[in-house]
Design a protein around this ligand. Structure first.
Ligand SMILES: Nc1ncnc2c1ncn2[C@@H]1O[C@H](COP(=O)(O)OP(=O)(O)OP(=O)(O)O)[C@@H](O)[C@H]1O
Ligand SMILES: Nc1nc2c(c(=O)[nH]1)N=C(CO)CN2
Length: 162
């Protein structure tokens, strides 16, 4: 019987320690091993980006975004992502410090949250070309569910090209 309950979400991935391509690959594998029918449907290109809004000297980041489907709730999906970060060796030391892997939940369908643990859509994604650019690979119209991020992408891209 067809199964209609799956939800789609976008996860932004960032890494700037160690073998960054491998870190991303391991994150994708870990997401595909999650329960609740979770799987990566589409991977954006990987972009090398300069550190943005960081407190110290850091290596360039490698950023991408993943379109996934899942039966997890938004809260459970975030918990699963935080578990993958820990499993891949992430240690939190300072705010916006360098990291082996960062998995941010940008959108979960049209869901909105404003709790201490989970804010949806992810706060600040509109100011981050390193998130918007790979999201355009996943959604070339600049639209995901109720969210239209095309103009934010175009504005930041134009600034970058000046
Ligand atoms: N949409 C979301 N995606 C990921 N984490 C979130 C989200 N909303 C709230 N959080 C909370 O943010 C906390 C800190 O996340 P993290 O340490 O990855 O922040 P950061 O990546 O350094 O900064 P930023 O959130 O600005 O990218 C997490 O423990 C999580 O509970
Ligand atoms: N280029 C780039 N800069 C960042 C990134 C990131 O993933 N890429 N993540 C941050 C905190 O989440 C802070 N700054």
């Amino acid at each position: 019987m067809p199964y209609f309950n799956m939800k789609q979400a976008i996860i932004a991935v960032g890494t700037n320690i160690g073998d960054c391509q491998q870190n991303i690959q391991q994150a994708v594998q870990a997401i595909n091993l999650l329960p609740m029918n979770t799987q990566v449907l589409k991977e954006a290109a990987i972009y090398e980006t300069e550190p943005f809004d960081v407190p110290d000297q850091q290596q360039n980041y490698f950023n991408t975004c993943l379109l996934i489907e899942t039966d997890f709730s938004p809260e459970a999906l975030l918990g699963a992502c935080l578990g993958i970060e820990v499993g891949l060796g992430r240690v939190r030391k300072v705010w916006h410090g360098e990291r082996i892997i960062d998995l941010d939940l940008i959108f979960y369908e049209g869901e909105v949250r404003e709790t201490k643990e989970l804010v949806l859509p992810h706060p600040g994604y509109q100011e981050r070309l390193f998130v918007l650019e790979p999201m355009m690979d996943l959604c070339p119209s600049g639209i995901f569910s109720e969210w239209n991020f095309l103009s934010e992408y175009q504005e930041l891209k134009a600034l970058e090209n000046r």
